[in-house]
Design a protein around this ligand. Sequence first.
Ligand code: DON
Length: 575
Amino acid sequence: MIRKHLQQHCLSALLLLCTVATQISVAAETPFPRPQQSAIASPHPQATAAGREILVAGGNAFDAAVAVSATLAVVEPYGSGLGGGGFFLLRQSGAQTGYVFLDAREKAPIKATYDLYRRDGKVQTALSLNGPLAAAIPGLPAALVELAERYGKLPLSISMAPAIRLAYQGFPVDRIYQQRATARLTALRDDPESARLFLRGGEVPALGTLIPQPELAVTLNRLANNGRAGFYSGLTAQSMVHGVRAAGGIWKPEDLYQYQIATRAPLRFRLDDQRELISAPPPSAGGAALAQSLMMLQQLPWREADKVQRAHYVLEVLRRAYRDRGLLGDPDFVANPLNHVLDREYLVHLAGSIAPHEATPSASLEPAPPWREGEHTTHFAILDNDGNAVAATLSVNLPFGAAFTVPGTGVVLNDEMDDFAADPQGSNAYGLAGSQANSIAAGKRPLSSMSPSFLESPNEFAAFGTPGGSRIPSMVLLSMLEYLGGQPIASWPAVPRYHHQYLPDVVEHESDAFSQDEMTQLQSRGYRLKEVPRGYGNQQVLLWDKTGKHVEAASDPRGLGVPETFDPKVRQTAP
Ligand code: DON
């Protein structure tokens, strides 16, 4: 009896095993599209080269994202880095495509309070912009560890090797470095460690000057070898807390020790033509603005419209989408009414409030609290041969962040605290009101505009993203419209830019966005135009045509990026 029972038991166990094995092999055999080529679009040739090196070494898109992020931390010390944070949007290829949003946004220190920047009743803007009091707790190092441990195939020590090499060797100063250092010259001069590393004789270095960062190399190496413990505890953490406090900051060891990235469900929004937007959820306001804008545009004949009429539609949907930003904040602290702002009936109604030929004064719309933002950041996109993909926007906020380098670590700290509404009730230095949802609180993440995004349909996959503060969502939208309008990939990042953010009620535009005649037409519709002094943004985009397996990439002509498409399995012969 017992024997029979055992036999039956074994038989069912065997059957179960067979079933599981069959399921596994069915799953393994279920075909899914693969591009068979890889692509990288990044803002710096050295970062693209690092990503390529890691794909050729057998890494996947997530390992390459580690390599590109770590390299950008070295060659764009003004844009992103270990002292900053960012968002990684991941596409995991497979029989079922998976999407993940890694929120590595910096968090306010434990000692941060609602009135952190108020002195004698007035908010002091400089305190949230320069020096260690402006710095929130960095998230990028934790994101690199997560990417390598949970999603990648290679250890951090391999994926970070190109960056560590470059930090020791140094990289030559380029024109973008010069622009950013010039913009932050006074703040860099004020911090002896930043001045020593990033200036020469207190001046912006000449083109081609080598910038070695040996202390950063040691810090990167510690992270590469020890993972989380190599940054958030131990020697690096001790130096950071000590350096910040000695210069007037408020960090505590627990701030670093307790920092965790958040793995969130991306914002997903179904569009027409079986297309879906996959983008950044709060604490980014960007994904919601893109979903709202695209949905409103679906109600309008933008494709057939001439340039001025199309600009009118775009400006009006942006005006309405940006108005709702004041409702959003860190989802771990405030309720984000996404159901409301993404409700289709609500958006159809909003689109219906757009007059066919006239600007709607923002003052005539119900007000929502506006905000202000910083001026530098970075973005890249990667697709591997299997269809795994990453779009990542990383930041230290203003160029060179808080312009404070922690002595002995080479780590430039962010000034992301300035993305909070330092004065939710009153107005900030620009005369703009803040929002309660984005007020300062210990451990809270400041609201962001960073919007790494995908548009995916059964036949195509496209990735978008750019730095550019509050203008990020409008830049991404304009690139998406180029794509949806059937334009070649080179024009997605190149298209001249214009922007509206509800308040101030003005259209900011690049000098070549409109002809004189088009400007006159827009003015007669009631728009106030303001030319912005330089080309802004640095968009990096990818396209994978799943039917033909064809892959393309493009970098913004305003930057230094060199896009590449290649098959990492094919050995390159020396030219
Ligand atoms: O998170 C944000 O929205 C800002 N800290 C991003 C700043 C930025 O993109 C500046 N870029 N040029």
